[in-house]
Design a protein around this ligand. Structure first.
Ligand SMILES: [Zn+2]
Length: 232
């Protein structure tokens, strides 16, 4: 089952050219979402040497990261995702004649078996729409909650101290590890706002929490100072 196609062995006798599936950004502007899984001959297109083992990594489109596969070829030749997408269109392993997905952001995280292709593209589009709706919902609830919490966090009460620590935990969890049990001491509306902001931070991932504010870095450093001064 792992036998390379006959032609490949003849060309590169020393190499096991068994194709592999890899997940790569579907396009250069992937918005942190758009990946495509393609099948590739596991040989360097420059020299025919073996490609390196894959590892999970992130690709940035300028603003947002997307999880995808990366690899370093032992030969030192670098496979750019752009070139890999073209290779996948041309290598005969991905049914690309009817597959607009390889170089457009409209299908992803699917393996291109021709029968399932239409369904997979539709599923993918539905998935993207669902993610957009979720993101909008999360932002609609999270942003006002974040504004309310930031207002509370400037105050000088026990509840305010907890809210400050919570926001700082999201801002920089290494500097300000937050003890979740502290949430239990919050009034219900503050507790609910914290959960909405946590959801915003975890699911929308458009920005870091302080970036939703004008001069947010300064604001959060003020919170940090209040914590250092032991204001409760
Ligand atoms: Zn090479």
């Amino acid at each position: 089952m792992n036998t390379p196609a006959p032609g490949q062995c003849a060309q590169n006798p020393a190499i096991d050219a068994e194709p592999r599936f890899v997940t790569i950004p579907a396009c250069s502007n992937h918005s942190g979402l758009l990946t495509v899984t393609v099948k590739l001959h596991w040989t360097c297109p420059e020299c025919g040497g073996p490609r390196g083992d894959t590892f999970r990594t992130q690709s940035y489109d300028g603003t947002l990261p997307v999880q995808c596969d990366g690899w370093n070829n032992p030969c030192g030749h670098i496979d750019h995702y752009r070139d890999v997408r073209l290779e996948a269109q041309a290598n005969g392993l991905n049914e690309t004649a009817q597959n607009p997905a390889v170089d457009t952001p409209h299908a992803a995280t699917v393996h291109f078996h021709p029968k399932q292709q239409g369904d997979a593209v539709n599923d993918f589009l539905a998935q993207i729409r669902a993610q957009e709706i979720e993101r909008e919902t999360v932002i609609a609830a999270g942003l006002p909650a974040l504004q309310r919490l930031a207002k509370i966090a400037r105050r000088d009460t026990g509840q305010a101290a907890t809210v400050r620590l919570f926001l700082l935990g999201l801002y920089n969890g290494y500097r300000f590890p937050f003890n979740l049990t502290a949430l239990r001491g919050l009034d219900l509306d503050l507790f609910t706002d914290c959960l909405a902001v946590l959801t915003l931070d975890a699911r929308a991932t458009v920005k870091e929490v302080h970036q939703y504010f004008h001069n947010g870095g300064e604001l959060f450093e003020q919170f940090a100072e209040m914590v250092m001064e032991g204001k409760a």
